[in-house]
Write a protein that binds this ligand. Structure first.
Ligand SMILES: [Zn+2]
Length: 417
């Protein structure tokens, strides 16, 4: 017994360091205006990496039933690059990644001489990286209360504003706790009850990366998501509130070639270019502009299984060229592998599932389902770009859009009653 106590005392500092922040943060002094209290509710759910075909591939019964009572898109086209941070923030702002500033999961800002990395807490919570007006900021500016159980950008005070209720990202909070938070929010008195709730589920993406999109593990993660949505809908049904659901994802996933990996091209002189780590998109930021053209020419000669672009010859449909690079954060030269090939400069263990490739690839396409009192029933629509979700949600909540966005309400208005 004594040794057990001694061990516990020894471990205590470790345990307290490892202890995770499960706090719900509440911004004081916020409430819905009388006008906003009359508005419906929107729960925006993202299941990371939930490719457009997964609900049918793995028979996600709740989702199949819910979408049949609402709207489903054949697929939703992610913005380029088809990566998690750029796309969640595109959904939140209605802007292409080049226009909101999160141009990749990791990138370099020449003017600041700083790197943004998703693993860097300080950067993630620093609002100066984030452009646009995220939906929760738009709502709070118009005196509508919002809540977030995670979303990219919600942990930074973009334009000085965070959601009224939010959490710092911590994957270890169990799903029942998360669902209970949603229930508790919707049971608050009307002036404190959030009308927009964002909710993020990472499980499918994680399993697909580790085991591939065709794996048993990916299938189980899809069923976990499906059960979670089933539970959430049972909760909201019991509350008898006008709740509109949007279930979507940020991107799809493809099975990669884990045997024939692309090595670092010989034409790259790393003393001449700053290059953050990348496997499906490599940015090369030149220290000296005169090195760009000769290196590009050499890379073009060498390139097999990947494409090389200069800022002025990036495919226009990506909105990722020099003219679109509002924050000057996109590389001077881009290396883009052709799926299922990917780069592996640092010889890490290759992952069998990846995304981030050309957003025209069907495997990169995301899911979009919507149901609830505002939506038409039994409607299937064509694929559309994810920039159009923002004006749809603004319309659902009766919020005025205050700055120019890339999305257009015309695209999704026909899904509303
Ligand atoms: Zn993702």
């Amino acid at each position: 017994m004594r040794s057990y106590v001694a061990l516990l005392i020894l471990l205590l500092p470790l345990l307290s360091v490892a202890q995770v922040d499960t706090t719900q943060y509440i911004v004081p002094g916020r409430s819905n205006s009388a006008l906003q209290q009359k508005k419906p509710y929107v729960i925006l759910i993202s299941a990371d990496g939930f490719r457009y075909d997964l609900a049918d591939k793995y028979q996600a019964k709740h989702l199949q039933q819910l979408r049949s009572n609402g709207v489903q898109a054949k697929s939703m086209v992610p913005s380029y690059p088809s990566l998690t941070f750029p796309n969640h923030y595109t959904i939140a702002t209605g802007l292409y990644p080049s226009h909101h500033g999160l141009v990749d999961n990791s990138f370099y800002d020449k003017k600041r001489d700083e790197l943004y990395r998703i693993g860097n807490r300080k950067a993630v919570e620093d609002s100066s990286w984030y452009g646009g007006t995220p939906l929760w900021v738009l709502a709070e500016q118009q005196q509508m209360v919002t809540a977030s159980f995670y979303w990219v950008g919600s942990e930074a005070a973009v334009k000085g504003v965070r959601p009224t209720y939010y959490y710092r990202f911590n994957d270890s909070i169990d799903i029942e706790t998360r669902l209970k938070a949603v229930k508790d929010w919707l049971m608050l008195p009307e002036e404190k009850r959030p009308h927009l709730i964002t909710f993020y589920l990472p499980q499918v993406d994680h399993e697909e990366h580790m085991f591939g999109p065709d794996s048993k593990q990916a299938e189980e993660a899809v069923h976990f998501i499906d059960e979670t949505i089933g539970k959430m809908v049972r909760i909201t049904d019991s509350l008898k509130l006008p709740v509109n659901f949007i279930f979507l994802s940020d991107h799809g996933m493809i099975t990669t070639d884990t045997v024939n990996l692309l090595a670092k091209p010989a034409a790259i002189d790393t003393t001449k270019f700053k290059m953050p780590d990348g496997d499906v998109l490599v940015h090369m930021y030149a220290y000296n502009e005169k090195d760009i053209q000769p290196t590009y020419d050499a890379l073009k000669k060498e390139a097999v299984d990947y494409d090389v672009y200069l800022a002025d010859n990036v495919p226009a449909r990506w909105h990722y060229g020099a003219a679109d690079d509002w924050y000057k954060r996109i590389g001077d030269i881009l290396l883009v592998p052709r799926a299922p090939k990917s780069f592996n400069f640092r010889r890490r263990r290759p992952l069998p599932g990846k995304h981030g490739f050309d957003n025209a690839l069907p495997e990169m396409h995301a899911t979009f389902y919507a149901w609830g009192p505002a939506f038409k029933k039994q409607l299937t629509i064509d694929s559309f770009e994810n920039v159009h979700v923002y004006p749809l949600i603004a319309k659902l909540l009766g919020l005025a859009i205050t700055e120019k966005i890339d999305g257009d309400l015309k695209v999704l208005k026909p899904i509303l009653k």
